[in-house]
Write a protein that binds this ligand. Structure first.
Ligand code: DON
Length: 303
């Protein structure tokens, strides 16, 4: 497949949508990002990467890191994570509190903020420093040692982190959280602040297309676990728009309020698209459209 020509066609097709939507305003450090940016990259199984537009420009990964954190936690700590977090779509916004009380402090899935806090809590217990462990993992898988935290974004999230603090304290009251809440929140905010480009993210996600194999050929996840993570991405990776994402794109995908979306074609390739304008669910408007075009033009979906 001529990925380069394909990506250029997709970029031209979605150009009218770039700039629509709004960047995440509840994190002030993200609100000022230029909304006219657009980049898209594809990595094949061997690590050859193709891209167009702002595909090498680092952006705030935000919730896209939740999929890597889940994979790391599963690889280090096994299945007992699933005692404290579910695997069902929430049908609610990513930072919603309402289900947590009805469901006794157990979040619906690992990709809403409450669930990601549980994953981070598990990783903190296992490693002592979840965000640094995650950063090293992302550097290794992408082959880019320059990937870094953005201290300004981490501070901005911390300053405006009342909602995440509420989620974490509420879960702690049910015994879902093992570590002190302030340490957990700090680690989570650092994690969300990691900056990467579309090329970095497409490369780093390849273990999901390679049925659990890392870039160096060693195994991160069993074949079955890789299937499970992809399945949770498909059903929960874009929050209360997961049904629409499956309908339009038909791939496992994970979005972030920085405007990035990672998608996986198991056994074939990984994609990352970035454009900061978000829809009301917190998913990139042009990014969704670009992935929709990709699967429509190529037929490469899981369906
Ligand atoms: O915790 C937050 O609210 C943000 N750091 C991450 C949220 C996010 O990216 C949701 N994704 N669309």
């Amino acid at each position: 497949m001529d990925y380069q020509a394909l990506l250029e066609r997709i970029a031209a097709d979605v150009a009218p949508l770039v700039g629509s939507g709004t960047p995440a305003e509840y994190i002030p450090a993200l609100a000022s990002v230029d909304r006219d940016r657009f980049g898209i990259a594809v990595a094949d199984l061997d690590g050859k990467v193709y891209g167009t537009g702002d595909w090498e420009h680092p952006f705030s990964t935000q919730s896209v890191t939740k999929v890597f954190a889940l994979a790391l936690a599963l690889s280090l700590g096994g299945d007992d994570l699933w005692d404290r977090v579910g695997r069902e779509p929430s049908g609610n916004p990513f930072n919603s509190l309402v289900q947590l009380e009805y469901e006794n402090g157990i979040p619906r899935n690992p990709f809403i903020n409450a669930g990601a806090l549980v994953v981070t809590d598990r990783l903190l217990t296992l490693t002592g420093d979840a965000s640094s462990e995650l950063l090293e993992f992302l550097r290794a898988e992408s082959g880019n040692p320059d990937i870094a935290f953005d201290p300004e974004v981490a501070a901005s999230e911390s300053e405006h982190g009342d909602r995440n603090a509420a989620l974490a304290h509420f879960m702690a009251s049910y015994g879902t959280i093992a570590n002190p809440v302030p340490a957990l929140l700090e680690d989570y905010f650092w994690q969300c602040s990691i900056e990467m480009s579309c090329a970095d993210l497409a490369l780093a996600a390849r273990f999901l297309a390679r049925h659990g194999l890392r870039a160096d050929g060693t195994r991160l996840l069993s074949r079955s676990e890789a299937k499970q993570v992809n399945a949770v991405m498909l059903t929960c990776g874009t929050y209360d728009a997961a049904g629409e994402f499956a309908y339009r794109v038909g791939l496992p995908g994970k979005s972030g309020v920085g405007g990035g979306i990672v998608a996986v074609v198991p056994g074939r390739c990984t994609l990352c698209v970035w454009s900061p304008g978000l829809d009301r669910h917190g998913n990139s408007v042009a990014g969704m459209a670009a992935l929709d075009r990709f699967t429509t033009l190529t037929g490469l979906s899981v369906f």
